[in-house]
Design a protein around this ligand. Structure first.
Ligand code: ATP
Ligand code: MG
Length: 456
């Protein structure tokens, strides 16, 4: 790939249509529709971020993001199916049948020291207005909503390889930050000073790890050093964002590699102090537990395109740890169900100050662990009711993943699967209370009491 400076776009490196191998056939037709309409209305319109990176690497992009110099309200006027979202920074979502294309207006980087602005109210009083960009005392960006130029927009992005743009006007690729060279050498490098960029948004550290593992890249030396030095500050990020990013890592298909990198850089111990100590993180890998093995299993399932629910994922990774906690409670005389409840609550209490696991996922995790004992009861009371549970598949899958290799367990699972198959064959109407199947109780109408005077 030759890099050329185009006279029209001086200051950036531009790769012309003839010089790069990206074909529009590989792009989402909806994203192209959006780009063309913006262009036809006289606006600048680029594809940006991960999709350009992935197209250049020959990978299938997950989503197609568009940036433009049209303001969100101008975008809304151009597309009937457009909804504006986001309070901090307005984004346009253009809805298509099965896809949403996100359109952002070029944004500028948060300045280091935002000055509060003095504004005059309608009554002529002087007031201080919050600046559009705001950082806390440690340099973390709290608000960041100023429109900017294409170059400013590129430079506020996280890594050089994520700052490439595809210009629909001439089908060229614009490189504002040296991303093409890093893409060619397989390097993840922050744009600008890495310590500052990680201070502004600690989640970028997890993104650096994920992209390095997912793309098979290495981190630039300064980026890696800054990451190791800043690893402890990861807990300053919003817990809900950390859960989202943790899921992206674990569902990336390279969770084992990611966790290795998280451990080597200190991020793992910062995010999961108690769990990490239990794993014996000081030794190479996680050899004393099945955590490493579980990560590999999850990766191979994800790579095969299998769906795994969030709660099954959590159970697979933390189930052994929870079992040990529950064992401890049982040794103190607690009954089975209560011991699992207490173990889950203790685990969520350890993790949730940093990573906000939603209650729904926490309860579902607890149920998968607690219901393992039910699988051993064959046939037990009303097996069909157990099979009818929404999480039955997760309960079985957890058992198969963790203990499926044992002969007696394999036999139990076979029995349950045979019951499931049989139940699927039975027409719904034939199921009766006697067979234990869920039946709908007839609602009895209550007779209204007549209260003389009120009756009409
Ligand atoms: P993926 O394949 O996971 O979607 P992506 O690079 O597209 O990777 P997104 O989360 O979809 O990641 O973000 C789109 C783009 O937005 C990124 O490529 C990057 O340019 C920018 N971006 C996302 N998160 C940040 C961040 N925390 N700081 C700076 N820029 C970011
Ligand atoms: Mg993306």
């Amino acid at each position: 790939m030759n890099k050329k400076k185009s006279p029209e776009k001086s200051g950036q490196v531009v790769i012309t249509r003839q010089e790069h191998g990206i074909s529009r056939k590989l792009m989402s037709p909806n994203a192209l529709r959006v780009l063309y309409r913006l262009k036809d209305n006289g606006f600048v319109a680029y594809l940006v971020g991960g999709c350009v990176r992935d197209l250049l690497l020959g990978r299938e992009p997950k989503d197609f993001d568009v940036v433009t110099n049209a303001t969100p309200s101008e975008v809304k006027r151009m597309f009937r199916s457009c909804r504006l979202v986001g309070r901090r920074f307005r984004l346009a979502h253009i809805h298509f049948h099965e896809e949403i294309i996100e359109v952002a207006t070029f944004r500028s980087q948060a300045p280091d020291e935002p000055e509060p602005e003095a504004v005059e109210t309608r009554r002529g009083e002087q007031r201080q207005r919050h600046p559009h960009t705001l950082k806390d005392d440690d340099g973390m960006i709290l608000r960041d909503n100023v429109f900017g130029t294409p170059e400013e927009d590129a430079l506020r992005r996280d890594f050089t390889v994520n700052a490439l743009a595809y210009d629909i006007a001439d089908f060229s690729i614009i490189d504002f930050a040296g991303g093409l060279a890093d893409l060619g050498s397989g390097i993840i490098r922050t744009i600008g000073e890495p310590v500052v960029r990680f201070q502004e948004d600690p989640v970028r550290m997890l993104r650096a790890v994920r992209f390095a593992a997912q793309l098979g890249f290495t981190m630039a030396e300064e980026t890696r050093k800054a990451l190791v030095a800043s690893a402890d500050t990861i807990v300053r990020a919003a817990p809900a964002r950390l859960y989202e990013e943790m899921l992206k890592i674990l569902f990336s298909g390279e969770a084992a590699k990611c966790c290795d990198l998280l451990r080597q850089t200190g991020l793992f111990a910062a995010l999961f102090p108690a769990f990490s100590a239990w794993l014996g993180a000081e030794s190479e890998g996680f050899p004393h537990t099945s955590f490493g093995e579980m990560l590999t299993c999850v990766d191979s399932r994800v790579q095969q395109g299998d769906k795994i629910s969030q709660s099954l994922l959590l159970a697979l990774l933390f189930g052994e740890y929870l079992d040990e906690k529950a064992d401890n409670f049982r040794r103190q005389g607690m009954p089975w169900q209560q011991s699992v409840d207490a173990a889950t609550a203790e685990f969520l209490g350890e993790v949730c100050p940093f990573i906000q696991i939603p209650n729904r996922a926490g309860f579902a995790l607890r149920d998968i662990i607690a219901q393992q004992s039910r699988l051993k009861q064959i046939p037990g009371r009303r097996p069909q009711l157990f099979i009818a549970r929404k999480d039955f598949n997760d309960i079985v899958e957890y058992c198969r993943f963790t203990r499926g290799g044992k002969k007696d367990v394999a036999r139990q699972l076979e029995w349950w699967l045979a019951q499931t198959a049989q139940q699927e064959q039975e027409p719904l109407l034939e199921r009766t209370e006697e067979t234990g199947a869920p039946t709908r109780k007839k609602k009895r109408r209550r007779r209204r009491k007549s209260h003389g005077v009120h009756q009409e």
